[in-house]
Design a protein around this ligand. Structure first.
Ligand SMILES: *Cc1c(COP(=O)(O)O)cnc(C)c1O
Length: 384
């Protein structure tokens, strides 16, 4: 499908191509100097002690769950209104995800009150997701974690460049996990980053990233080591130099591009509120600075979402849903269990995500809002 206005599009240019070319010329393709530079620059940008680059955010979440000690039979409290990787990663360790509800239809992030209700003697961790790059209530969540001795992992896949009270999202809990997948604010195609201020966790994360080996190919290449030991059965979750080169260029553009995203979110807000006030826009007046990863709206109750999205599609405008809740998937649904996630279910049925990306134009936003107005009329029509 050739979209007039796609859901997302990336800011790639000659800078990315040249950076990749440099790596290819160097003929050192796996983790090395470029990855070290990317990690250092990302750590400095987020104001965190350690940044550890990996193959993707799902791998980052897996390692985060492992190093905070999630084990078979443990429970981790997670939102259901997120991408499935958040809960899958918990399961990789043998632990069970326990789903908490969102805060409200204005605040689609995990609710601290719902988290506290889900704490059991088996709970060991809370995995929060900063939906759209908007901050979860970290002060309250850290209080709950402290009260019950739980680790906090941040799925910051949406949140590169987000902050709360001047502190980067991803750096509030024990470990933060970022995604550099193709549609994320900072992209390397596939890729991810772990961040932590704890030296002990950083050491474990590096170990698990590369087979549990005590010295790396790069160290041996530089003559720092001639052999190695393996002290845990780790994984191969390494990033490569081509992706790290893309990451460095993308990181340098991140602030500029996030500012553009925030500008388009403001414009969407103004136009939607004046032209289609029946549509709800979550996260208005939300605390902190958001990376504005996506543009979610909630349709009024009773509107046929399929008709609404099809109408936009007929105009060449791509939309999406964030998210079908995880507890409704076959792999997670359990008939014997009552999930009690009423706000998650309501929001998930009414949510539509509109196009948002740094290289769109104000005219694109105007066009989408005009089409939204028409689509809403079509989807409300009793003749359908
Ligand atoms: C994209 C995403 C992930 C997974 O990231 P990958 O890098 O594709 O593994 C995890 N959680 C959330 C909330 C995401 O949006």
């Amino acid at each position: 499908m050739n979209w007039r206005i796609p859901l997302s599009d990336i800011d790639f240019g000659d800078e990315e191509r040249l950076a990749v070319d440099e790596v290819i010329k160097s003929k050192w393709l796996t983790m090395g100097a470029v990855t070290q530079a990317f990690e250092k620059e990302f750590a400095d940008y987020a104001g965190v002690k350690h940044a550890i680059a990996v193959t993707n955010c799902t791998a980052a979440l897996h390692l985060a769950c492992l190093v905070v000690g999630l084990s078979p039979g443990d429970e981790a409290i997670v939102p259901s209104l997120t991408f499935v990787a958040t809960a899958n990663a918990v399961r990789y360790t043998g632990a069970n995800p326990v789903f908490a509800d969102i805060t409200s239809l204005e605040n689609l992030n995990i609710s601290p009150a719902s988290i506290e209700k889900r704490v059991s003697p088996r709970t060991r961790a809370i995995v929060v997701v900063h939906y759209g790059g908007y901050a979860c209530d970290m002060p309250k969540i850290l209080d709950i974690a402290q009260k019950y001795h739980l680790a906090v992992i941040e799925d910051a896949a949406h949140a590169a460049g987000s902050s709360l009270d001047g502190k980067a999202l991803g750096t509030w809990g024990e470990v933060g996990c970022f995604s550099f997948f193709s549609n994320k604010n900072l992209t390397t195609g596939e890729g991810g980053m772990l961040v932590t201020n704890r030296d002990d966790l950083a050491e474990k994360l590096r170990l698990f990233r590369s087979h549990g080996m005590t010295s790396m190919t790069w160290d041996r290449h530089k003559g720092h080591a001639w052999s190695y030991d393996v002290i845990v059965s780790g994984y191969n979750y390494r990033i490569d130099e081509i992706r790290s080169a893309l990451g460095r260029v993308q990181l340098a553009k991140l602030e500029k591009n996030n500012n553009l995203r925030r500008h388009f979110v403001d414009l969407y807000g103004q136009l939607l509120r004046s032209q289609v006030p029946e549509i709800m826009i979550p996260f208005r007046y939300h605390p902190g600075i958001s990376s504005a990863h996506i543009m979610p709206i909630l349709l009024p109750e009773g509107v046929n979402r399929k008709v609404f999205m099809d109408h936009l599609k007929s105009k060449g405008i791509q939309t999406s849903i964030h998210y079908p809740p995880i507890h409704t998937f076959s792999a997670f649904y359990d008939q014997s269990f009552s999930f009690d996630l009423p706000l998650t279910e309501t929001a998930a049925l009414r949510e539509v995500t509109l196009p948002l990306y740094p290289i769109m134009t104000e005219d694109n936003v105007v066009e989408v809002v005009d089409a939204v107005k028409e689509a809403l009329a079509a989807a409300n029509s009793p003749h359908l």
